[in-house]
Design a protein around this ligand. Structure first.
Ligand code: CO8
Length: 245
């Protein structure tokens, strides 16, 4: 999924939100897709967050509807069944940072800048930021970033675990992010979905309940052709060809 709203630095207004929803609805039905990459075609920008100009013209009711819709879209990204990689090569601000948080991985270019400036705008991160950020970087770091709104560069983001990879100056975040996606895509599509669900749901419950969840997801890979193909490929010393059944 590529954000291409150059003139507004990928700020998310109603039109971009509609397009994001269309992409989400399309991709989540694809049973053989192993990995989704979320990126930008705008130089030095991942996403400048919510469209502040459009929001300035909204009534309170419209703002409330827009915010609900945006929150829903980001939750839908987070709930995509297959692994997701955000390639952040430039600014990821406010809602833009939250979109990156909704992905499983964040791969950053040297010029990446994350910030949660919402409290400086009299609002709070409302599309997952107050919940996902502390789960990723820890409670006090998340509080610091959200209370101050300060920008975090790629190195610091990597240091605190906000970025999973930060490429060196001159190296391509795009290449690194796509390589990660290709590595993930070596796995079976059903296996990847089950593993993602087991981790995401398991982390929210106690350990014994987590083991029970793992067991139930494992049970779903046992009857698959992909599992048999994995065993055959191992015996025949070749790469498996998974078809998602
Ligand atoms: N909204 C609308 N327009 C924007 C936005 C934005 N967020 N960001 C940039 N633009 C527009 C600018 O107004 C400008 O338009 P124009 O050419 O008509 O003047 C154009 O994009 C280019 O902007 P710049 O000249 O500033 O471009 P630079 O490359 O110099 O800087 C930056 C890029 C750093 C991204 C800078 O534009 C900036 O700081 N933008 C504001 C970013 C920001 O504060 N974002 C946070 C928004 S708050 C948020 O996202 C909360 C979401 C909450 C969602 C809640 C859901 C539940």
């Amino acid at each position: 999924m590529t954000l291409t709203r150059h003139e507004a630095r990928n700020a998310i207004g109603r039109q971009l939100l509609r397009e994001l929803w269309e992409a989400i609805k399309m991709v989540r039905l694809e049973s053989t897709t192993r990995c989704v990459v979320v990126r930008s075609s705008v130089p030095n920008i991942f996403c400048a967050g919510a469209d502040l100009k459009e929001r300035a013209k909204m009534t309170q009711q419209e703002t409330s509807e827009f915010v609900t819709d945006l929150r829903g879209a980001f939750s839908a990204v987070e709930a995509l069944p297959m692994p997701t990689v955000a390639i952040v090569d430039g600014y990821a601000l406010g809602g833009g940072a939250e979109l990156a948080l909704a992905c499983d991985f964040r791969v950053c270019g040297a010029g990446a800048q994350f910030a949660f400036p919402e409290t400086r705008l009299g609002i709070i991160p409302g599309a997952g930021g107050t919940q996902l950020l502390p789960r990723i970087v820890g409670r006090s770091k998340a509080k610091e970033l959200i209370f101050t709104g300060r920008r975090v560069n790629a190195d610091e983001a990597a240091h605190m675990g906000l970025a999973d990879y930060a490429v060196a100056e001159g190296d391509s975040a795009e290449a690194k992010g796509l390589q990660l996606a290709r590595d993930i895509a070596q796995g079976g599509p059903i296996a990847l979905r089950m593993a993602k669900s087991a981790i995401n749901r398991g982390i929210e419950v106690d350990l014994q309940s987590g083991y029970a969840l793992e067991n139930s997801y494992y049970a779903q890979v046992i009857p698959t052709n992909d599992r048999l193909e994995g065993l055959r490929a191992f015996a025949e010393k070749r790469q498996p060809v998974f078809n998602g059944t």
